[in-house]
Design a protein around this ligand. Structure first.
Ligand code: NAD
Length: 503
């Protein structure tokens, strides 16, 4: 491939290096350690990032603790905090192009899809600004006896640990509710993609967020992330990432009895019944697994198709998958860009090879022609995949899909539920009863009926089984980031049985 170099698509305004941001100041690691960040198109390092350790986390937590105990943020009126959040949203929107370019360059996401992520990030801030202003809490009256009300309070320092897929947007998902409710935060973004996270600091400063409320420590999960999880002054951890990392974080949080929100992996089924609108179902299931390079937690990466339409579906699906345009992330015509990192590329490629022994390869199956370097993978489709196959059971997190036939609704449900995961499910049918009955029985935190993954921000987000614990989204996020203290007021005679009464 001759027409791209390390410089291709390089966004304007890249910082010289990526630093931590603690107490309103950009800083290097205390021990000076850094790591290299790679451009997924070439796998050449293009910038260094500070590699945080326990001491850096301690400094960040100390700043966040001080801002929580002594700063104005937790005690501000919701309207005042909402004003700051709205400004943040405005700034993110005004920098959409720059953010999208950086995100695309750092993560390998196609530029057109990175743009949508910046808009969604802004929307998260706008949404939680609205929500906290409209927030009301319960009050209960026991006539003549008691009034009880809920005094909702921010909890303290929230530790936010995020993955590398759509990093900026996923960070906004945690930052917006954590900040809206008056907490202070320490964010540990993914080590593969630290670039866009470093932009939050400037955005927050410009919007008027007080120093110390937002702190950022870059670095590896086993060092910086681990220190955040084990810090005794961080009562909340909101984590998005792999299920096995979630298990480690659960165990490490247990001695501290921390509040945990876990958004984990997925292997979501897309079930296409014979009465579905086939054209729409094919378009949606192509998009569902190949958008965002297939690096999407809710990807419909197992497609279950009713036998009567199976052959036609597979043929048309494979033909369309072959037409999906792989290209440079910076090219607006690109539909699948470069996977985030060579380690992840190797993992996805190993599943492509495993798939060749487990299913019938009908599209893709390797590196696209003309892309000899970088993390490019052809959209890959395996048909006739058995339910015990590894490519049916394990999360690949790339542009690779398994298609399996079924005969009856019961069989479809059994196949759909036959993995350890339970994040999303997509159903394609024109039968209303079937649609609802199947939705209720499928083991998934979220179901989309005749729809792609389009989510109203008020709805719960989260998985069941190995896909997560707890739900965020709308007021559920507000609940996670706040304590609901119950205050009980006596209105009547004091209910006061006297012990030790004098005779
Ligand atoms: P990962 O689990 O490898 O890493 C996620 C984050 O955890 C990173 O910041 C990492 O540095 C940190 N980390 C790793 N080990 C740690 C430890 N011992 N202690 C503390 N922190 C640690 O996940 P990833 O590869 O970055 O992301 C991809 C995964 O995320 C996929 O499984 C995907 O399904 C999942 N995901 C889930 C959702 C969801 O909402 N359910 C959304 C996006 C991604």
């Amino acid at each position: 491939m001759s027409d791209y170099t390390n410089e291709t698509g390089k966004p304007a305004g890249l910082p010289e290096k990526i630093q931590h941001y603690i107490n309103g100041t950009f800083v290097d690691s205390i021990d000076g350690d850094t790591f290299e960040v790679l451009n997924p198109v070439t796998n050449q390092p293009y910038i260094t990032a500070a590699s945080g350790k326990k001491e850096d986390i301690e400094a960040a937590v100390a700043a966040a603790t001080d801002a929580f105990k002594n700063g104005p943020w937790p005690g501000m009126l919701p309207r005042e905090r909402a004003r700051v959040l709205t400004k943040i949203a405005d700034i993110v929107e005004s920098r959409e192009q720059q953010l999208a370019e950086m995100e695309s360059y750092d993560s390998g996401l196609p530029i057109t899809q990175a743009k949508g992520q910046a808009r969604r990030a802004a929307e998260n801030f706008r949404f939680f600004a609205d929500l906290i202003v409209a927030q009301s809490d319960d009050t209960f009256k026991v006539p003549g006896r008691q009034v009880n009300y809920v005094n909702r309070k921010p909890i303290g320092v929230a530790g936010l640990i995020t993955p590398w897929n759509t990093p900026f947007m996923l960070e906004s998902w945690k930052l917006a509710p954590a900040l809206a409710t008056g907490n202070t935060v320490v964010l540990k973004p993914a080590e593969f993609t630290p670039l866009s996270a470093s932009l939050w600091a400037g955005i927050f400063e410009e919007a008027g967020l007080p120093a110390g409320v937002f702190n950022l420590v870059n670095g590896f999960g086993e060092t910086a992330g681990d220190a955040l999880v084990k810090h005794p002054d961080v009562p909340l951890i909101s984590f998005t990432g792999e299920s096995k990392t979630g298990q480690i974080i659960f165990a490490n949080s247990a001695p501290f009895l921390k509040g945990l929100s876990m958004e984990l992996g997925g292997k979501s089924p897309a079930v296409v019944f014979e009465d579905a609108d086939l054209e729409t179902a094919i378009n949606a299931t192509i998009f569902g697994v190949f958008s965002l390079n297939g690096e999407r937690c809710t990807a419909g990466s197992r497609i279950l198709v009713q036998r009567s339409i199976y052959d036609e579906f597979v043929e048309r699906y494979a033909a369309q998958a072959k037409r999906v345009k792989v290209g440079l992330p910076s090219d607006p015509a690109t539909e699948v860009g470069a996977l985030v990192h060579p380690e992840h590329f190797e993992k996805v490629m190993s599943y492509v090879e495993i798939g060749k022994t487990e299913g019938r390869l009908v599209a893709g199956g390797g590196r696209p022609e003309g892309f000899e370097e970088g993390n490019f993978v052809q959209p890959t489709v395996f048909a006739d995949v058995a339910p015990d196959a590894r490519i049916f059971q394990e999360e690949i997190f790339g542009p690779v899909v398994a298609i399996t036939p079924f005969d009856t609704d019961e069989e479809a449900l059994e196949l759909a539920n036959n993995t350890k995961y339970g994040l999303a499910a997509y159903l394609w049918t024109s039968n209303l009863q079937r649609a609802h009955n199947f939705s209720h029985a499928v083991e998934a935190g979220m179901v989309w009926l005749n729809s792609n993954n389009v989510r109203d921000l008020r709805t719960p987000f989260g998985g069941v089984k190995a896909s997560g614990l707890g739900h965020e989204g709308g007021y559920r996020s507000i609940d996670f980031y706040t304590d609901q203290q119950a205050v009980h007021i006596n209105l009547g005679e004091v209910h006061n049985p006297v012990f030790g009464k004098a005779d």
